[in-house]
Design a protein around this ligand. Structure first.
Ligand SMILES: CC(C)(COP(=O)(O)OP(=O)(O)OC[C@H]1O[C@@H](n2cnc3c(N)ncnc32)[C@H](O)[C@@H]1OP(=O)(O)O)[C@@H](O)C(=O)NCCC(=O)NCCS
Length: 152
């Protein structure tokens, strides 16, 4: 069973191991500590069988929410954990009365883009060569309407 709960400092070794396995320019411990302390930040972990399987950092400011970071342990990918984190993010952002959920993704991250498309995110912008090796950043948005039904 997947359980979404607030991230704590005690989770950071596990979170950093996943982060480093998933991203060429990984967030540092300090990035996550800043998220834990941020007034608008809501970092959560997805726990499976008592261990950290993934995490998501969400920020909600006024009526805009943004996913700042999300990843799943490579050994546990494609088993619904990323979708569970996105369902949580959409629900939480709606409860905070956000109208839109935004994120930035590497144009090369096909699994992530598939996941976001499945949740109804649409492209709202492009930052050319924003990431390492000249990889573009896609800016994606999802409107958070009451009638919205998430795909998963
Ligand atoms: C993107 C990521 C978080 C998805 O997590 P996940 O737990 O593997 O995703 P799920 O198992 O919940 O998949 C849900 C849906 O996303 C899509 N998806 C996920 N992985 C996919 C892949 N490798 N190829 C194609 N579609 C994929 C599918 O539509 C999938 O539904 P399905 O399995 O029923 O076909 C994970 O691949 C990851 O951590 N990637 C590295 C870090 C990253 O790129 N983060 C995003 C930064 S913006």
């Amino acid at each position: 069973m997947i359980r979404i709960r607030p991230m704590t400092e005690a989770d950071l070794d596990a979170v950093l191991a996943i982060e480093q396995a998933c991203f060429p320019r990984a967030w540092t411990r300090q990035h996550f500590l800043s998220e834990l302390a941020a007034p608008h930040g809501t970092p959560v972990v997805a726990e499976q069988d008592g261990r950290v399987a993934g995490y998501l950092c969400l920020s909600v400011i006024m009526d805009e929410a943004e996913i700042l970071d999300v990843a799943v342990d490579p050994a546990l990918q494609r088993s619904g954990i990323g979708a569970a984190l996105l369902v949580w993010a959409c629900d939480y952002a709606r409860k905070q009365r956000a109208q839109v959920l935004r994120l930035e993704v590497r144009a090369s991250s096909k699994p992530a883009i598939s996941l976001y498309e499945r949740f109804g995110f649409v492209r709202s912008g492009l930052r050319k060569a924003y990431y390492e090796h000249g990889i573009d950043a896609l800016l994606l948005d999802k409107k958070l309407n009451e009638e919205d039904v998430d795909a998963v």
